[in-house]
Design a protein around this ligand. Structure first.
Ligand code: 3HC
Length: 285
């Protein structure tokens, strides 16, 4: 069954990107944010990103207008009642996510609706258990920037039904045009299990004074052909998010390579969160 109506909880970096690609695919999208100011911020992110797509010749101006018209904004979770799929994309705060899944379970009318989380670190099983329909809960993990990155990790739990998994895959592949890879419900799934230790190792190199930030990044850009060096990428992902994923990996596996280095912890405590706060390993306008 094709998904026509999608709800996105959280219009931040990831949520606004998921909303953009869904609206581009012709879906009716409702984004739930917490207040008027965050609604304005979410709308502006999507306008800016789609504006860039037009400038780069990736989207016609009329198609952009139609895309923007397909998105509505609300501050009430109850306004997602008629959605066939909801993707939760709020910050990595487990109690808050559990509360959202519980409320979604109460308000979503369609008993076949899929409840998905974009979490990169919190076990999907715990979110599923907060609902009365754990068979309908999966992880759909997108990558930043969502309109550009071609991958979605699909995480099914021991409680997810094969029908839910198949419908979620069809949505991400056939409707959004993403490549789907499957992972079990383990911290880090596939990509972060490999990517985050690499980012942490780069931070340790810098922290230990082995090389400058520029040289570490240039090394991986020119020596391994990565589009961004690891410190630029950590700033791009957000140092708070990088630390949150590292904390969860360490918690799950208790292996030292996943422990966030002290410099990362101090930077997050200082509010140096990377690109989104204007300063991380580099400074941004
Ligand atoms: N819609 C469609 N296309 C768009 C677009 C939009 N809204 N915005 C940009 N594009 C296109 C551009 O036209 C361009 O296409 P082209 O290559 O054909 O010209 C392409 O996307 C790249 O865009 P830009 O020119 O604006 O930017 P750059 O060339 O500087 O690349 C980057 C930026 C894509 C971010 C690149 O540096 C990159 O790939 N970096 C690595 C990103 C990465 O690793 N992300 C994963 C992070 S981990 C994660 O998200 C998981 C989490 O759990 C931690």
């Amino acid at each position: 069954m094709t998904i026509h109506r999608i709800g996105i909880v959280g219009g931040g970096l990831m949520g606004s990107g998921i909303a953009e690609v869904s609206a581009k695919a012709g879906l009716d999208v409702t984004i739930r944010e917490i207040d008027d100011a965050t609604v304005v911020a979410a709308r502006s992110k999507i306008e800016k990103s789609t504006g860039r797509a037009v400038d780069k010749g990736k989207l016609e101006p009329e198609a952009r207008e139609e895309l923007l018209e397909r998105i509505t904004y609300t501050t009430a979770l109850a306004d997602l009642a008629d959605r066939q799929l909801v993707v939760e994309a709020i910050t990595e705060n487990e109690p808050l996510k559990l509360e959202i899944f519980k409320t979604l379970d109460d308000v979503i009318e369609d008993e076949n609706a899929i409840l998905a989380s974009n979490t990169s670190s919190i076990p999907i099983t715990r979110l599923a258990k907060a609902t009365g329909r754990p068979e309908s809960v999966v992880g759909l993990h997108f990558f930043n920037p969502v309109p550009v990155m071609g991958l979605v990790e699909l995480i099914s739990t021991v409680l997810s039904s094969p029908e839910t998994e198949a419908r979620a895959e069809k949505f991400a592949c056939d409707q959004l045009g993403k490549t789907v890879i499957h992972a079990k419900d383990r911290a880090g799934f596939i990509v972060n299990m490999l990517l985050v230790p690499y980012l942490l190792e780069a931070i340790r190199l810098y922290e230990n004074g082995v090389a400058t930030a520029d040289d570490i990044d240039t090394g991986m850009r020119l020596g391994a052909n990565h589009p961004m060096g690891p410190l630029t990428l950590a700033d791009f992902v957000g140092l708070d998010t990088t630390k949150a994923v590292a904390d969860v990996l360490y918690d799950e596996f208790k292996q030292s390579q996943y422990a966030p280095p002290p410099l990362l912890v101090r930077m997050v405590e200082a509010g140096l969160l990377g690109r989104k706060s204007g300063r991380g390993f580099y400074e941004y306008q």
